[in-house]
Design a protein around this ligand. Sequence first.
Ligand SMILES: NC(=O)c1ccc[n+]([C@@H]2O[C@H](COP(=O)([O-])OP(=O)(O)OC[C@H]3O[C@@H](n4cnc5c(N)ncnc54)[C@H](OP(=O)(O)O)[C@@H]3O)[C@@H](O)[C@H]2O)c1
Length: 243
Amino acid sequence: MDYILILGAGSDIAQELAKLYAEEGYNLYLTSRNLDLLERLAKDLQIRYQIDAKPLFFDATSYETHSEFYQKLTPKPLGAVVAFGYLGDQLKAQKDFNEARKIIETNFLGAVSILEIIANDFEERKAGFIIGISSVAGERGRQSNYIYGAAKAAFSIYLQGLRNRLYRSGVSVLTVKPGFVDTKMTASMKLPKLLTASPAKVAHDIIKAWHKKKDEIYTLWFWRYIMLLIRMIPENIGKRLGW
Ligand SMILES: NC(=O)c1ccc[n+]([C@@H]2O[C@H](COP(=O)([O-])OP(=O)(O)OC[C@H]3O[C@@H](n4cnc5c(N)ncnc54)[C@H](OP(=O)(O)O)[C@@H]3O)[C@@H](O)[C@H]2O)c1
């Protein structure tokens, strides 16, 4: 069975997604900067689902390593999922450019660096799929998270353009826009229960959309309409809201 490459496999959403792909019999390349965690994850998936799961080191911001990382994958994957991301600290980023840069590099530049390499291969092979986990935060700039939001907005537009480019090669690109998800990324935040999804639910939504060859999904589904309303708020009102 084909391999699927999950970049940022330590993410809570990605761990659930890995289970679903394993359940369908796919072999997995799992990447993280935390190899201990990956070894455990890979072992668990191999035993439970009788698939092959290979733990691999990958740092999204070590751009110079990306080409060799991908070249070494044998066989080449059928598809790739970008799940890594970094929420960061908005207030810190306003005072310390290193934090702003880390947010932008992890959520945007790192993804572009590895995805261009993967896209070139898929385009040449005229096969494959790419899934990118962006965020509803990229749909409107807000004082509370505009640096993360700007990086995710750039990532969403990037994925849209990539989908446009790869369409004629038969390569699909799915943009995932989660709202609130109960993961380690949001562990210190008080999230509204009714609007918050579990990582397992988000992973199910992703797999369902992938099977249906969708271009873009919001998860939970109603975030599409919440964001539609939020985008409709005129700028001269939006700027007065302390959100
Ligand atoms: N949770 C939410 O509410 C929410 C909402 C909207 C969108 N999202 C997006 O959904 C995706 C998954 O989120 P999550 O909540 O499941 O995340 P998470 O559990 O916090 O995990 C994020 C992962 O990103 C990886 N990562 C961070 N910097 C990296 C780097 N430089 N190189 C490689 N990996 C790096 C970390 O991997 P290692 O430390 O293991 O290397 C970590 O496992 C992210 O892109 C996130 O922005 C999340």
